[in-house]
Design a binder for this molecule. Structure first.
Ligand code: CP
Ligand code: NVA
Length: 310
């Protein structure tokens, strides 16, 4: 795909791709992962450059995109608010026009989704959401790849979301609507998911539970996230109190299906949103989940730049 191609796609939310595109991506990720594990060189993105813009901290997203791009033959430019003109109020639209004339792909981690949307609207090349206040689609892409590897298709399955109605929760809801599973959501009062912010078309893809134990009952996957997301640090004290009963522990895992998996996008706080026993226990697949950021995003970058292969 050339810059400005009419077939160009951005990946700003999970719902930017259709179920059949996800089926393709999960299969590509499987193949790309297998080749990588076999030390087979695969460099379809030679001479392509990814610009990565981080306005929030990151370990996994940075390493997975940067390593992934180099492994596929390309290179990366890493920008932060502090070391670029973005931090000195250059308009996001102008930044998009300039960066997208020099690079082939852009990944952005920022605060408001609206900023990402504004960047994409002025970009000649595909833009990927590397996390916003509202969504984290690359993480759910990796999470579903991980589920498929361990348990097969997610269709008809139940995911228990225990914790904040945040960017991860919103993205799980979008994924449930597209891929045909149900999310049991349990959040403290005042931290509920908002279907409008979640960007879902109906409410059939999720059920709300006051009691986190009830949300976990019969679940195929139990998942959670930090109580205080990046950008919400001022609310930390209030959140510590409000979320005290929303810690995924062995009791919660015991009411899920016997073969239920536990996931967490990481970074995790043992003793807050999850007990050490659960995250370090046999049902936890958090390290596979983190590794799969690499393989899933390599498939995504290949798709956005080259379209379907073969
Ligand atoms: N899960 C995730 O996005 O991790 P980082 O914040 O380290 O990128
Ligand atoms: N919800 C968390 C996810 C971190 C990867 C945050 O936005 O900080």
């Amino acid at each position: 795909m050339k810059p400005g191609d009419s077939l160009m796609k951005h990946y700003l939310q999970f719902k930017d791709l259709r179920a059949e595109e996800y089926a393709y991506l999960f299969e590509r990720a499987r193949i790309i992962k297998q080749r990588f594990k076999n030390y087979e060189k695969y460099q379809p993105l030679t001479d392509r450059t990814l610009a990565m813009i981080f306005e929030k901290a990151s370990t996994r997203t940075r390493v997975s995109f940067e390593a992934g791009m180099y492994q596929m033959g390309g290179s990366v430019v890493h920008l932060t608010t502090g070391d670029s003109q973005l931090g000195r109020a250059e308009p996001v639209e102008d930044s998009a026009r300039v960066i997208s004339r020099m690079c082939d792909l852009v990944m952005i981690r920022t605060y408001e989704q609206a900023k990402l949307v504004a960047f994409a609207a002025h970009s000649r090349v595909p833009v990927i959401n590397g996390l916003t206040n509202e969504y984290h689609p690359c993480q759910i892409l990796a999470d579903i790849l991980t589920f498929i590897e361990h348990r097969g298709s997610m269709q008809g399955k139940v995911v228990a979301w225990v914790g904040d109605g945040n960017n991860m929760a919103n993205t799980w809801l979008q994924a449930a609507e597209i891929l045909g599973f149900t999310v049991h959501v349990s959040t403290p009062g005042g931290y509920e998911v908002d279907p409008q912010v979640a960007g879902i078309t109906g409410t059939g893809c999720y059920k709300v539970f006051k009691d986190p134990m009830a949300a976990c009952r019969g679940a195929d996957l139990v998942t959670t996230d930090v109580w205080t997301s990046m950008g919400y640090e001022a609310e930390n004290e209030a959140r510590q109190k409000a979320f005290a009963d929303w810690c995924v522990d062995a009791e919660m895992m015991a009411v899920a299906k016997p073969d239920a998996l536990f996931m967490h996008c990481l970074p995790a706080h043992r003793g807050e949103e999850v007990s050490a026993e659960v995250i370090d226990g046999p049902q936890s697949v958090v390290w596979d989940e983190a590794e799969n950021r690499l393989h899933a995003q390599k498939a995504l970058m290949e798709y956005l730049l080259l379209g379907r292969i073969g």
